[in-house]
Ligand binder design. Structure first.
Ligand SMILES: [Zn+2]
Ligand SMILES: [Zn+2]
Length: 342
């Protein structure tokens, strides 16, 4: 019987569905509204340019200048991170015969143990085979998952984010993380500093439009500040545990506890894995992590350390006659293949 060929891996246009830009437009709308309200209804009136310099409240003018400078710096970095999160592809499985999932007839010779050992894969199917994607026709590297929205496999997939019309994965994780960081600063800055203008406009019975804009901006920024701060806190925790959102959900489903991702290399190494090798560039949208996004097991990783400890235990109890294969111990880390990554 002739086997069915794997589906051809067509390259599809990255932004082929205009409707999926609607959430992006919504976010751009929120950023523009909050920017206009903060600058034109809060900072500019505080500069008191209609009054003669001698009559101005100097302290208030100074405050407005400092707030304007910080706000513009944060907004600029936020926009760069937002654009980079949208534009930078999170990473796909390379077009390399090593990762091509062969048709049934050839699968036997492709499962060459030597080749597999070279890949150093930790995640596998329950049956012990290499994980593969039936839609892309490829073998999956560790931490790679198929995104049904992007219709491709994403390296170190974190989650699909409709607000950036992109997946968060290996290559754009840093920009997404910094996008949250700058959003936290911007929202909290607006919510805390604009409050005095809100109070003043209510006390002085300001024109309706101005009062409405300030109240609307204050409510929206406070709401977003709480939301984004919690979400960012969760992502810091995930980074310190060397976990992606998908891996967190898998652990929740298995109720296996969150202390010990197979890829945990210790706090510092985990940060380097997300924010890049140069600490001076950690908070700037530059210097993303190096590597190919295919392999995550280093000499410091928990898995390697555990395996080495097991090895020592085995050799001690059984003598130096037989050394157990390391790969088998990875069963608890194995993923069941097609995760319903949303
Ligand atoms: Zn796929
Ligand atoms: Zn996606």
């Amino acid at each position: 019987m002739k086997s069915v060929d794997p589906p051809a891996n067509k390259t599809r246009p990255r932004f082929g569905e205009p409707a999926k830009f609607l959430p992006v437009l919504f976010v751009v709308g929120i950023i523009s509204s909050l920017y206009c309200i903060y600058v034109f209804h809060h900072c500019v009136p505080m500069l008191q340019h209609k009054l003669a310099p001698a009559l101005r409240n100097q302290a208030m003018e100074q405050r407005a200048l400092i707030q304007l400078a910080i706000f513009h710096y944060v907004t600029l970095l936020l926009l760069i991170c937002y654009i980079r999160s949208i534009m930078i592809h999170p990473g796909e499985i390379p077009n390399d015969p090593l990762w091509n999932y062969p048709a049934q007839d050839f699968r036997a010779d492709q499962n060459d143990p030597e080749k597999e050992a070279k890949l150093n894969l930790q995640e596998q199917k329950r049956s012990g085979e290499r994980r593969n994607c039936k839609w892309c026709g490829k073998y999956k590297p560790d931490r790679c998952h198929h995104c049904r929205v992007c219709r491709t496999c994403i390296l170190k997939m974190d989650h699909h984010c409709p607000w950036i019309y992109n997946c968060v994965g290996f290559r754009n994780h840093k920009y997404f993380f910094l996008l949250l960081f700058y959003a936290v600063i911007a929202c909290n800055l607006i919510a805390f500093t604009m409050f005095e203008s809100v109070q003043r406009s209510v006390d002085a019975n300001a024109p309706f439009m101005s009062m409405f804009a300030l109240l609307f901006g204050e409510t929206l920024s406070s709401f977003l500040a709480i939301l984004v701060t919690c979400f960012f806190g969760f992502h810091i925790w995930l980074m310190m545990k060397a976990m992606t959102t998908i891996e967190f959900c898998e652990k929740s489903m298995k109720q296996s506890g969150y202390d010990g991702s197979a890829y945990d290399q210790g706090g510092m190494q985990n940060i380097l894995g997300v924010l890049g090798p140069n600490p001076l560039l950690w908070l700037l949208p530059l210097g993303a992590p190096t590597g190919d996004g295919l392999s995550y097991v280093g000499e410091h990783s928990k898995l390697t350390v555990d395996m080495a400890a097991n090895q020592r235990k085995k050799t001690r109890s059984r003598g130096s006659k037989r050394s157990g294969g390391g790969r088998g111990s990875g069963d608890e880390y194995s993923s069941t293949g097609e995760t319903g990554a949303s």
